[in-house]
Design a protein around this ligand. Sequence first.
Ligand SMILES: [Fe+2]
Length: 462
Amino acid sequence: MTATTSPVLSPNRISAPISAPGERFRAARRQTMQLSKPLTAEDMMVQSCAEASPAKWHLAHTTWFFESFVLREFLPGYRIFHADFAWLFNSYYESFSAIPEKRLRSSFSRPGLDEILRYREHVDAAMERLFEQEPEAEAWLRIELGANHEEQHQELLLTDILHAFFTNPLKPKYRDQGTKGTREQENRERGSKGARELPAPLGFQQFEGGLREAGNAGNGFCFDNELPRHRVWLEPYALANRLVTCGEYAEFMADGGYQKPEFWLSAGWDAVKHNGWRAPLYWSEDGGDQRECDQKECEWSVFTLRGERPLKELAATPVSQVSFYEADAYARWAGRRLPTEFEWEAAVEGQPVEGNLLDSSSLMPIPAKDFVQNENGAKHQDQETTKYYGDCWVWTSSAYLGYPGFHPLDGTLGEYNGKFMSGQMVLRGGSCVTPPAHIRASYRNFFAPETRWQFSGIRLAK
Ligand SMILES: [Fe+2]
């Protein structure tokens, strides 16, 4: 339970201090509270799978990060809110303190939600005092890291509550479908009320390959795992112009995709048998309006943050909540493959970050379509350009490893990314619940290949 002094961050690993001091911190803190608004205190206690944490824990842990790595070292006279919180809300920093078992987080009925909210207020007020004192550059670097850390937990809060509500027999909605959102979302709503949405025809964008550079180019914040920038060789390749849709994935299922071992990696086939996988995580056969079914696919329904939806409505929507093994098996079945992380990065470098991210308020993938066909057969142009960001993180065929010359941050914060570089695959591009300021071309997400509770989908390559 003793805390060690955390290290000095190297400015060449976490780059320039933020341009609007404190504003990124305040925005991240506000956004977390905004996302937790639809939740009751009871919702915030649920931890429904091994990967997830209770929302209340996310509120506390993100606060713990600023207290532990910023205030304790850089605000003279800072008063710790509660001595036990220093270890109770530590996630995995072994060199910092003792750590409670992750599966026990749902047992933290004490401290209560009120006390966690007071903890947040205590730390936020102390941070404001720190800003008034014009902290040193090292403190700013840690504050920016803490804001990015909080954004990661915003995405986790939403993916964890989606799983929690999926396991609730009442299948509650995090947000009603009627909430006003983006033009794309309104199109989706329109599509579910009569118009039959069709996905954009699947095409491939060709890239020359050759000698390229990968890794963060140094213009702004990045994590240590995005460095150093280094050369990579790419053979000529092509990437699909959109993500694989639910309708296409249903065809894989109907063709016996989950029954034919020839499509699967050995470990993937073991996972299919061991877990009884028959469909993506949130697909179930007992939901939806059976009376409207006119084909096999609409016997399925898909659970989303906006409640349960018939698969029929989502046929043109990117498939989500699939594991690396399922993504890989689908690609084999389709006669394609998954992209490497460097093929994806080379394709998007220099492009603006645009796509269905958290700021769209869709809270679920939406169709990439070049036309909508209504009941009378009329079509109109909608979204014609390839968007590589948002909707779902895409599984790549790249193992999550350190780049040549990689050095984790020194000391305790070196545990942030580096120690997970074993047995995990890289995902790229962000999802419908990724804050837009959080994602970039060099950003590397990573999960174990059997992981399914994230918004993880498929972009084909050849
Ligand atoms: Fe964390």
